[in-house]
Design a protein around this ligand. Structure first.
Ligand code: SF4
Length: 108
């Protein structure tokens, strides 16, 4: 390797490292803002027409006659966990569902 090539490689490596360091706060801010906005969403009401249509309840035990044993929002593939007992669900965009809830769209 010539001295010229070595310096070009070193410059490219340094540039990549600097760009990674510069981007880290932006990625962190994006993650923080999506968590904050999820927690700002209203809780889904059991009376919401879509909730009624999908038999959603805050307490999965209320639908023991309909659900698979042990199925609830906490173990549903569509549940997006959060720090609280309320999390987002792609079936009910813009609303939070209870971690102990359940609906008939449950995906195991
Ligand atoms: S789709 Fe899953 S996470 Fe969403 S309400 Fe139904 S059971 Fe809960």
């Amino acid at each position: 390797m010539t001295d010229h090539n070595f310096q070009n490689d070193r410059r490219r490596l340094l540039r990549g490292a600097l760009m990674g360091v510069a981007a880290a706060p932006l990625v962190y801010a994006g993650v923080r803002s999506s968590q904050a906005s999820a927690q700002d969403m209203p809780k889904l009401s059991e009376d919401d027409p879509t909730a009624v249509a999908l038999n959603y309840v805050h307490n999965a035990a209320d639908k023991d006659d309909m659900r698979s044993e042990g199925a609830n929002c906490a173990n549903c593939a569509l549940y997006q966990a959060s720090d609280s007992e309320w999390g987002a669900c792609s079936v009910f965009p813009g609303k939070l569902v209870n971690v102990n809830g359940w609906c008939s769209a449950w995906v195991g």
